[in-house]
Design a binder for this molecule. Structure first.
Ligand SMILES: [Zn+2]
Length: 852
């Protein structure tokens, strides 16, 4: 029984049989709050006499007509498929159905604003969810033109891939929007956004005078917070940069960016109609790091207009190429065309940390992943697909040279515009441009899994100079590939102006051991940094003297990138039980005050919290948390009034506050009886403070309700639900659990908020009974929830705070069930979580041994 799955073989067979020319999709959004009417007319050619199927996920199907022949829906529609046989050379399929709005962010999501009753609808179709809105052939290589005709309340704003037409009133409060046909695109990047939106319009004018109409929109109740000018400014810089880099004009007739509620991902590259999560509209003060990441997302989606939308992967096994390219191109654009010229530091801090962590999981896979079916794709939007792929692409640019890379890319876009490609098409274009054979490179970097680890090994002569220096390379036992790495080695010494690089050597590291004769005779520096400048994708380790230097002086680096690389490596050491959690906390305390990059500082704050909660010896946890909270408090008081650093420390303190002194401070800030100069206790910070007070038993239900009345927005309601789930009582935990597990009523974003509230590190006793409940329920949750919701629950409710061998054993028992109860994607998630528990067990043991 196929259910809602689709295998690669089925897709390939269908692409062999069919060529789709056009869709005419009519949607009526005025038929009710739960469902809408959908009519899809698909014109396609086929091999005469052949049979295939169309896709549709709908509560009911009223009419199916193939080439004028009425088919009985009861006979041909099952398991989300419409069986089609007796195909002719040219075919017309008409399907009239009643489709359902979703509350899970998949298909056509419907949201009602609690502030003004305004309705927001948006589509999210990646991976296979256009079929929840209209009957189609749901696979990326069956491109077609799409003509949408939509009936909706006449005062709504509508957006789709084509420019919004003038609505035609029907005289009864409704109107019809007839969108012009699109170019030939894939189903997963078609889109519709409709409802009570506030819109800001603008035009991008390129150097050659061509104009692209643009719009930015958000719910009306967020209008006052929508900083459209900044968003449009970043977008225009992206247009300038990408059009020049790709030497190809923007391929679509307009560019709309829509900030939509209850959105699962960061954003989605629908052709000319990009959707973003609403958290990117800042209704309270955020740090510069949030603006930087938003710009990264804006530029990532814009890059997809060429790479992904104009030229599209044939099947989901090349999802990585799509995502890696957009990630790489976005950071490159940030560095060259925006105020975030240090974006490679953020890339090292965020993307590479993600990639190294993902690459050490038992589920790690080659960048070029085997994607057998849709279920494989759902769980593959991971750190390999986005972050390792982007790291390796960056390295490929260094390998073939920037000029050859750009020239190959331009050829690739021209050659394959409006078509579908495989990895070999891009590599072929790069080989032509560079004259280099990329076969070996592809084999070692794209077709094998697991990270390499580089270590310095040396001897010293009597004068303290190196008498030998080698770089060793290791690989995990399960993924033993050693690779060629182009790396820089940096030698750093303490100077009055800080920790300064005195030598830089660039070389090729290959095999298990690579000698570095250039360093023989050079005096041992205070610190040796392998993979300096972050040229390669490799975990690094330090010698003893370098570790000592870091502990005393990590804050003294004159540049942000080597400091970030050192932070990334030391966090990786904590996660691998090579550095005790308490030493890491001490390291961060020594260096954090001089960390100049706000994004890096905020990562460190999160990592220290995780180090204490997950990797510290249980006997030291309280002490560690108290030490960290005291430090956060001191930094909060010392920070420049009104600065990002001040806000970051206020949040960090609120995340861990436990003592009466600190909780009194949170209460006082919330009540307004205490102030810190320059710290504005705005809406979001109020919820952060209240959440912690609720989690520590200091904010009763009544106080949460009062705050909800003060902030009666959708975000306020989610924060309140999260705070209620955090209350440290048996009853509150039971209620939260029931709302998540026994019911499927919570919309996606609220479910996420309750998961986060439920999981409190200092409530292990209250949470312990839920470990068994989790394992009793996990297979049912997987079987009965949509892919996104199931994944959220399986990962979010896993008892990661119960650091005991019995949890590892419980996973093993769960995995030993009938395989139909634990299909491959669920197995993958459970194995990843099990690995997390084993890491925390090892980390705790190391930290316990380090005591004293
Ligand atoms: Zn993307």
């Amino acid at each position: 029984m196929p259910g809602t799955n689709l295998t690669r073989e089925e897709a390939a067979e269908r692409a062999r049989l069919l060529s789709v020319s056009s869709y005419e999709v009519e949607l009526d959004l005025t038929t009710g709050p739960d469902t809408f009417a959908s009519t899809s007319v698909v014109r396609f050619s086929a091999q005469p006499g052949s049979a295939t199927f169309a896709d549709l996920v709908a509560p009911s199907v009223e009419e199916i007509v193939l080439n004028g022949r009425a088919l009985d829906p009861a006979a041909v529609y099952a398991d989300s498929r419409i069986a089609l046989d007796g195909l002719e050379t040219d075919n017309e399929l008409k399907v009239r159905a009643t489709c359902a709005y979703s509350h899970t962010g998949e298909g056509l999501h419907r949201f009602v604003d609690p502030v003004d009753g305004g309705v927001s609808l948006y589509t999210q179709f990646e991976v296979p969810d256009a079929r929840r809105v209209f009957a189609d052939f749901e696979q990326p290589d069956l491109k077609a033109t799409f003509r949408f005709t939509v009936t909706a309340p006449q005062d709504w704003e509508l957006f789709s891939n084509s420019p919004t037409p003038r609505p035609e009133p029907l005289g009864d409060g409704r109107a019809v929007w007839r969108f012009a046909p699109t170019e030939r695109i894939s189903t997963y990047i078609t889109a519709l956004v409709a409802g009570d939106y506030h819109v800001v319009r603008d035009t991008y004018t390129g150097p050659d005078g061509t104009a692209v109409p643009m719009a930015v929109a958000a719910r009306k109740s967020l209008a006052e917070f929508l900083d459209a000018e900044e968003i449009l400014d970043v977008t225009k810089k992206g247009f300038d940069y990408f059009q020049q880099l790709f030497d190809l004009p923007y391929p679509f007739p307009k560019y709309d960016q829509l900030f939509v509620p209850e959105y699962n991902a960061g954003a989605m590259e629908n052709a000319g109609c990009v959707t973003f999560r609403e958290d990117y509209i800042f209704r309270s003060k955020v740090t510069e790091a949030a603006y930087e990441r938003r710009a990264e997302t804006i530029l990532h989606e814009l890059a997809h207009m060429w790479f992904g939308d104009l030229v599209t992967m044939e099947w989901w096994n090349d999802l990585w190429l799509n995502e890696s390219f957009a990630t790489y191109a976005s950071v490159r654009c940030q560095v060259h065309a925006t105020r975030w010229s240090g974006a490679w530091t953020t890339f090292a801090n965020v993307e590479k940390t993600w990639a190294y962590a993902q690459d050490q999981l038992p589920s790690t896979h080659p960048i070029v992943a085997e994607i057998r079916d849709l279920e494989d794709v759902y769980v593959n939007f991971d750190g390999i697909t986005y972050a390792k792929g982007a790291s390796v692409l960056k390295q490929l640019v260094a390998y073939v040279g920037d000029d050859a890379f750009v020239s190959g890319l331009r050829t690739y876009f021209r050659r394959h515009a409006w078509g579908n490609t495989r990895l070999s098409d891009l590599l072929g274009a790069l080989e032509e441009a560079s004259g280099r054979d990329l076969g070996a490179w592809s084999k070692s970097w794209l077709e094998t899994a697991g990270p390499n680890t580089l270590r310095p090994v040396f001897t010293l002569d009597d004068s303290g100079a190196y008498s030998s220096f080698t770089i060793t390379q290791e690989a995990p036992a399960d993924y033993p590939t050693l690779r060629p790495h182009r790396v820089a080695v940096g030698l750093y010494d303490r100077k009055p102006e800080g920790l300064v690089r005195t030598h830089r050597i660039e070389l090729d590291v290959d095999g298990a051991s690579t000698a570095v004769p250039e360093l023989v005779g050079v005096a041992q520096p205070d610190l040796v940094l392998l993979n300096d400048d972050d040229l390669s994708y490799a975990r690094i380790r330090f010698d003893e003297r370098s570790v000592a230097t870091l502990v005393e002086s990590i804050g003294d680096f004159a540049e942000s990138l080597p400091r970030a690389l050192s932070w990334v490596a030391t966090w990786d050491m904590v996660r691998n039980a090579e550095l005790p959690a308490r030493d890491y906390v001490a390291l961060v305390i020594s260096g954090a005050q001089r960390e100049s990059d706000i994004g890096v500082l905020q990562s460190l704050q999160r990592q220290v919290k995780a180090a204490i909660e997950l990797y510290a010896a249980p006997a030291w946890r309280e002490e560690g948390a108290a030490k960290w909270a005291a430090f956060a408090h001191s930094q909060l008081l010392a920070a420049h009034p009104g600065s990002d650093v001040q806000l970051a420390w206020a949040r960090a303190l609120a995340a861990v506050a436990r003592s009466t002194e600190h909780l009194d401070l949170l209460s006082g800030l919330l009540a307004g009886t205490q102030q810190i100069d320059g710290l504005v206790v705005d809406t979001e910070l109020r919820w952060t403070l209240l959440h912690r007070l609720a989690a520590t038993g200091r904010a009763p239900e009544g106080q949460i309700t009062a705050e909800e009345e003060r902030d009666p927005t959708a975000a306020g309601k989610r924060h309140a639900a999260s705070a209620r789930a955090a209350i440290p009582t048996v009853e509150a935990k039971a209620a939260a659990w029931a709302s998540m597990v026994d019911s499927d009523e919570l919309p996606n974003e609220t479910l996420m908020a309750v998961v986060l509230g439920f999981r409190q590190a200092d409530q292990r006793d209250l949470l312990a009974p839920y470990a068994d409940k989790y394992f009793a329920k996990v297979a049912d949750l997987w079987a009965t929830r949509t892919p996104h919701m199931a994944q959220l629950l399986v990962n979010g409710l896993y008892p990661s705070l119960i650091v005991e061998q019995r949890i590892v054993d419980a996973v093993d028992t769960a995995l030993a069930q009938d395989p139909t109860r634990v299909p491959a994607p669920l197995r993958r998630l459970l194995l990843e979580q099990r690995d997390g528990t084993q890491r925390t067990l090892r980390g705790e043991a190391l930290d316990a041994a380090a005591r004293g």
